[in-house]
Design a protein around this ligand. Structure first.
Ligand SMILES: Nc1ncnc2c1ncn2[C@@H]1O[C@H](COP(=O)(O)OP(=O)(O)OP(=O)(O)O)[C@@H](O)[C@H]1O
Ligand SMILES: [Mg+2]
Length: 486
């Protein structure tokens, strides 16, 4: 018996199992969150005293985006096979992909009877290791389509405010893309990461010599991963096709490679990258990896992701993925030397969401995109009235001074637009200093309220203190508003 299995058995609230109070699950959820490095909010546990209760308990389990790990404790009247079938069917119909752990009595103590989920998921692996007697069940095939990606396309976007960037940041961007397969742009919220990476993508598609590529991408496919993503979305995985056959469906990276496009993952901090990248870790280091099997037969063609010796990307055998017979020859996706994976990563929010593990991080060239200086921001505000410009510029500079709450200009631009619009729509005019302060506070709250409400009390207090010249008398009101958005 390991420390983990021991602790798990001990964390099940045996004497209050039937009690309606969900707080009884806190110790168990806390233990699992800690041991498996997942967010406690992404765990859930229920007790099913008898089989007839199972649907009701499944219904109580919260939204699909919130559960990564679901623990079902089975009472004496609930058979394991039936429970697995019910949960799998229900998860399939709701498009959930989570790890489900079935716990039951074995003699006097609790043990894991089965674990269901994506068998390449490390959480499934951990349970399988800790409980060699447990059954490992494949989770429901995901019927939902793989991630929808937006095409950056060969057409230049309409011109907006030019991106003001330090020359050295721009140089790091260009040289990193020229020399590294994977490049991530890291910086605080609203610092221009998405704008910069889209601009780089555009430059690459247009085929100039900027990156020294011999085969420019035909397109760049952009997607924003979220917490529901697994390696299915990024790499590929089994789905039920129209004819209800279980088939391998390529994910975003494979799709890009086949099309001769690059992949762009915006806001990588929103998903659990270490989990999603799975097989891509060793691929990014130059290896060929097996990513799936085209059909369910044991000899069905295997699908590999590797590297092409030349500059261009290519795929072979992919037409068989949808054919009646998938054959046995391997299906290959080979990225060329000029293929790129680009990403953006929000360094501040990251402390509150998922982290980018060291092992994965090392596979990327990391380009810092800091918030622009207060002087540059002031220039950006030239189109605004003097008093609006002075106030928003002052607020930006004050917040800039606090590195832990430093933000890029995006939210402050929106604040300036709010104040300006309030004046022109007649909703309020910034006639007096007091009126200006009120509009500034409203613009600020509507631009970054949820972000502010996630700050620790001490951080918020320092920010209020630092910005008092601009928002001084408004802070009590701002705090009141934060209760509503938090
Ligand atoms: N350096 C900059 N120069 C000019 N405008 C900027 C700059 N940085 C941000 N902006 C303004 O902020 C807007 C948002 O920027 P963008 O979406 O690229 O930021 P981001 O870093 O990707 O933010 P997030 O972390 O929230 O995704 C831009 O469209 C632009 O108007
Ligand atoms: Mg962005």
């Amino acid at each position: 018996v390991s420390a983990f299995t021991d602790a798990l058995a001990g964390a099940i609230p045996t004497d209050t199992l039937e009690a309606p109070n969900a707080a009884k699950w806190k110790p168990l959820r806390g233990l699992l969150a800690e041991a498996l490095s997942i967010d406690i909010e992404a765990t859930n546990a229920v007790y099913v005293s008898e089989f007839g209760m199972i649907e009701q308990r499944l219904g109580q389990a919260g939204p699909s985006s919130a559960d990564r790990l679901f623990v079902m404790i089975l009472g004496p009247g609930t058979g394991l096979d039936q429970a697995i079938k019910r949960v799998r069917d229900r998860d399939a119909s709701e498009g959930r992909s989570r790890v489900v752990v079935f716990v039951g009595r074995e003699g006097a103590s609790w043990t894991v009877l089965a674990v269901m989920g994506d068998t390449t998921d490390p959480v499934v692996g951990r349970f399988a290791d800790e409980y060699p007697g447990a059954r490992v069940e494949v989770g429901p095939p995901k019927a939902a389509p793989v991630a929808t990606a937006k095409s950056i396309g060969p057409v230049a976007p309409p011109p907006t405010v030019p991106l003001i960037l330090d020359d050295r940041v721009r140089r790091m961007a260009v040289v990193s893309i020229a020399t590294s397969t994977a490049v991530v742009f890291i910086g605080p919220p609203g610092s221009g990461k998405t704008r910069l990476v889209e601009e780089m993508a555009q430059t690459a598609i247009s085929g100039g010599t900027a990156f020294g590529l011999s085969v420019p991408p035909v397109d760049v496919l952009l997607a924003t991963p979220d917490e529901s993503w697994t390696s299915r979305e990024l790499v590929g995985g089994d789905v039920l096709d129209d004819e209800h056959r279980l088939r391998f469906r390529p994910g975003l990276v494979l799709d890009s490679v086949e099309r001769g496009a690059w992949t762009l993952l915006d806001e990588m901090n929103r998903a659990d990258m270490d989990k999603i990248f799975g097989p891509l870790m060793s691929w990014l280091s130059g290896s060929v990896v097996r990513v799936g099997r085209a059909g369910t037969e044991s000899h069905a063609a295997e699908v590999y992701l590797g590297w092409n010796a030349g500059a261009e990307s290519k795929a072979t055998g992919t037409e068989r993925l949808a054919a009646d017979s998938v054959g046995t020859d391997p299906i290959l996706y080979l990225a060329g030397k000029d293929w790129r994976l680009l990403g953006t990563y929000n360094a501040v929010d990251a402390q509150r969401v998922f982290r980018f593990g060291q092992a994965l991080g090392r596979r990327f060239a990391r380009v810092p995109v800091p918030a622009m200086t207060p002087a540059d921001f002031d220039d950006l505000l030239t189109p605004f009235d003097d008093e609006v410009r002075k106030a928003v510029s002052g607020l930006y500079a004050a917040q800039y001074e606090l590195p832990e709450t430093r933000l890029g200009p995006a939210a402050f631009l929106r604040t300036a637009e709010y104040v300006a619009a309030a004046s022109t729509t007649g909703a309020g005019a910034a006639g007096s200093n007091e009126a200006l302060g009120a509009l500034l506070a409203e613009g600020y709250v509507t631009a970054i309220g949820p972000w502010l409400s996630a700050l620790e009390d001490a951080e918020l207090a320092r920010l209020a203190d630092r910005t008092s010249q601009w928002l001084g008398t408004e802070w009590p009101w701002i705090r009141e508003m934060l209760d509503a958005v938090g």
